[in-house]
Design a binder for this molecule. Structure first.
Ligand SMILES: Cc1cc2nc3c(=O)[nH]c(=O)nc-3n(C[C@H](O)[C@H](O)[C@H](O)COP(=O)(O)OP(=O)(O)OC[C@H]3O[C@@H](n4cnc5c(N)ncnc54)[C@H](O)[C@@H]3O)c2cc1C
Length: 428
């Protein structure tokens, strides 16, 4: 049964807090739903009352899109159950579950599916935008592993979307974000990945960065799918390495060590579950946050110069490729499958007085990389146009789908695809 929270109620402030501490909005009502029927009722209630509707799963959208000022927050967090069938290798995951809940339930059987790198991120927002993770090069994005969705649409109807049922909606939900309805259950395909993983990070002086990043880029081109290459540019150093899911994974180490003068090494054999929670504290709540992202189809030498060209700047790169690129682009809303690396520059701080300078610094640095970018990942958009995430033909199809399923744009607090708009008018 739904619990309704209003300003002043116990639990109201906790329920409206999200990952980015810069977000301090006050919904008129928070509907904490416990079932699909609750969600359908909440949508109808919000529309009858004329309230702006937002949907909350893990609360990790950087811009706090889950929290409407003065509106209705449909809070899915009580709906976090995960059921696994190890025989069929399937998982049924409620729309408010966190990644850690899915990982834990599946790993009991040595199973997993692609999920993100921080366990307190929501399955909902991550999967609806695509869902990148350490298993994506082996098994595709999280959305590529969804067999079916249970969805509450803008008029409160409950639908199933799968390859055989409402196939148009199924297409759009695989990467089109929260535009088409509220997903109350995801059915995921699982894979027998075992429980082991290896994490490799080699630190080089920043002065050797150009040579190291070039070599790392070239090694990535032939890396097996078990390996996901990573790089971090920090004010003093360049850290390159990879995450390997499965047994073994040491064969890439000598070539990486030969890239330059290694000043530090972190080589950790770990469990898949520990890997999936490794960055949980670093990425913890309570900090003010900002990021900018790009997708690169290639990483020419000039782009490497630009990565290293801003003193004090920080960047992270994560490799795409493998199974992500096996899926034909037209098969799902998720786009830019030919991405080579995803770039993010981000910062966290605590003093609001630093907001302006931090944000300006990140924007300026990201702008120096923009000439090499082909777009951006929909889940990393932060004030960017939606057209950075979808090429024009995809956006046309998404607009038509949005017009069919949510003509009044009830679900607009997301990376919004506006109905009945020409793509050229659809700038966010
Ligand atoms: C610390 C951190 C680590 C991250 N790591 C990764 C990563 O490894 N890989 C990756 O791909 N992304 C990653 N991201 C980006 C992440 O995918 C997005 O921030 C995503 O929006 C988070 O989803 P959420 O459910 O936690 O967020 P929320 O803020 O709760 O939701 C975001 C939006 O998603 C929609 N939504 C959420 N759930 C539902 C639902 N059940 N039905 C309908 N709409 C819904 C709503 O429109 C909502 O506004 C990371 C983000 C953070 C902050």
């Amino acid at each position: 049964m739904t619990t309704f929270l209003r300003p002043g109620d116990a639990g109201y402030d906790a329920a409206r807090s999200v990952w980015n501490a810069m977000i301090d909005r006050r919904p008129a009502v928070i509907a904490q739903c416990t079932s699909t029927a609750d969600v359908a009722e909440a949508v109808k209630y919000g529309r009858t009352e004329g309230l702006e509707i937002a949907v909350r799963c893990g609360g990790h959208n950087i811009a706090g899109l889950a929290v409407p000022e003065g509106g209705l927050m449909i809070d899915l967090t009580p709906m976090n159950a995960v059921q696994v069938d190890p025989e069929q290798k399937l998982a049924w995951v409620q729309g408010g579950a966190l990644l850690g809940e899915l990982d834990k339930a599946a790993q009991v059987h040595g199973l997993a599916t692609t999920a993100g790198n921080v366990s307190h991120t929501g399955v909902g927002g991550l999967t609806l935008g695509g869902g990148m993770g350490w298993l994506a090069r082996q098994y595709g994005m999280a959305c590529d592993n969804v067999v079916s969705y249970e969805v509450v649409t803008a008029d409160g109807t409950v639908l199933t979307a799968s390859a055989d049922e409402n196939a148009d909606l199924f297409w759009g939900l695989r990467g089109g974000g929260g535009n088409f309805g509220i997903v109350t259950q995801f059915e995921f395909r699982l894979h027998q990945v075992g429980t082991r993983a290896l994490s490799v990070e080699l630190t080089f002086p920043r002065s050797a960065g150009f040579h190291v990043l070039r070599g790392w880029r070239d090694l990535n081109a032939t890396a097996p799918r078990e390996a996901t290459f990573t790089a971090n540019v920090t004010p003093d150093a360049v850290i390159v390495g990879y995450v390997w899911v499965g047994e073994g994974g040491y064969q890439l180490l000598p070539a990486l060590r030969a890239l330059g003068p290694v000043v530090d090494e972190s080589i950790e054999e770990t469990t898949y579950l520990k890997l999936q929670t490794r960055d949980d504290s670093l990425q913890g709540h309570r900090f003010r946050r900002y990021w900018k992202g790009h997708l690169f189809k290639s990483l020419p030498d000039e782009a490497i110069h630009a990565l290293l060209g801003t003193p004090g700047a920080r960047a992270s790169l994560q490799a795409y490729g493998g199974a992500i690129a096996d899926v034909p682009d037209e098969d799902a809303a998720f786009s830019q499958r030919d991405t080579l690396f995803e770039f993010v520059t981000s910062a966290r701080w605590e003093d609001p007085a630093e907001d302006e300078a931090k944000i300006a610094g990140l924007r300026a640095y990201a702008a120096t990389l923009a000439p090499y970018a082909n777009g951006a990942y929909v889940n990393t958009l932060n004030g960017d146009s939606i057209r950075r995430a979808f090429p024009p033909a995809k956006l046309d199809r998404l607009i038509a789908l949005k017009t069919a399923y949510d003509p009044e744009n009830v679900f607009h607090l997301n990376q919004n695809i506006r109905p009945d708009q020409m793509p050229t008018d659809n700038a966010a």
